[in-house]
Write a protein that binds this ligand. Sequence first.
Ligand code: NAD
Length: 304
Amino acid sequence: MTEVSTMHIGFLGLGNMGGPMACNLLKAGHRVTVFDPSAQAVAALVEAGATSASSPAAVAQADVEAIVTMLPAAAQVKQVYQGNDGLLAHIGQGVLLIDCSTIDPLSAREVATLALAQGNPMLDAPVSGGTGGAAAGTLTFMVGGPASAFDQAGPILSAMGKNLVHCGDSGNGQVAKIANNMLLGISMIGVAEAMALGVSLGMDAKVLAGVINTSSGRCWSSEINNPFPGVLANAPASRGYSGGFGTDLMLKDLGLATEAAKHVRQPVLLGAAAQQLYQSFSQQGNGGLDFSAIIKLYRRDAEA
Ligand code: NAD
C-alpha cells in the first residue's frame, strides 16, 4: 500500500464551492483550518472535522503548510491576501498559496507577484465542474504558476478534483477559465437560437436535438445542458431552469473575459454580444436561473 502524506491546510471561503472542497480535503485525511465571515459556513466545516480560525491572519499563523482560497471575486481576493489582517502580512516563508476563485488574470498575477517576492509560491487554480463537481471531488483545475508549485499542489488539488491542468505561468489558469466560459456562454446562445428556430419551423425539439447531437452542431450546450425543456430529463431546462450554473455567474465570467480582452486590445465580438444578452436577461429578474434559460429570449411561448 502506498502511504499518502497528509498536510495541514488553511482554507478560506466556505461557500457553495469552497465548503464541499474543504470537506474533501478532510476526507482525504488532511488537517484543515478554516475561515469565513459566515459563522454558519464555518460551523458546517467544524462539524465535519475542521478547526476554525478568527481571521485570515489567524489561518496564516496556524502553522499551515498550504492555504487554499475560494472567494467570490477579485476584491475579496485582494482583501484576504493583501489586507492588513491578510495572509501575506502574516504568513511564514515557503507556505504554498492556491487561489481557486475565478478572477481576472491581471489581479491574479498582481497577487502572485507580491507573494513570490516574499518567498511564497502562488498558483491561480480556478475550477470547472460546478457545485456537483465540488461535492463529488471531480473538479477540473486550470492552474497557472511555477511548475514546482504545481507539483507541490498535486496532493491537495487531487483531493478535490480529477483533472489538473498546468496552463503555464501565473494568471494562465484564469486565462483558460475565462476563455472556456466565454465559449460556453456563446455556444449556449447558439444552441438556444437553433433549437428555437427549429421548433418554430415545426420540428420536434427532441428529434432536432438528436440530429444536432449526431451532427456538426454538437457541443456541451446541445448535448449535456440542452436549453429546450423536455429534451433532457436531468437538465435544468426540464426543472424550470433551477440548479445548474446561474445566469449571474455566467455574466460574471463574461465580464472578466471582455475586460481582460480590453487590456490586450483583443476583439471579442461574440463574447461582448453574449455578455450584453445575459446582462439584459439578468436585468429582467432571471439572474438566478441556469444560464440555459437564455432561450426564453427566443421563445414566444416561454413563460416569463
Ligand atoms: P459563494 O458566494 O457561495 O461563496 C463565497 C464564500 O466566500 C462565502 O462563504 C463568503 O462568506 C466567503 N467570503 C466572502 N468574503 C470573504 C473573506 N473576506 N474571507 C473569507 N471568506 C469570504 O460563491 P461560490 O459559488 O462558492 O463561488 C466561489 C468562486 O468560485 C467564485 O469566484 C466563482 O466565480 C467560482 N466558481 C463558482 C462555480 C459555481 O458553480 N458556484 C463554478 C466555478 C467557479
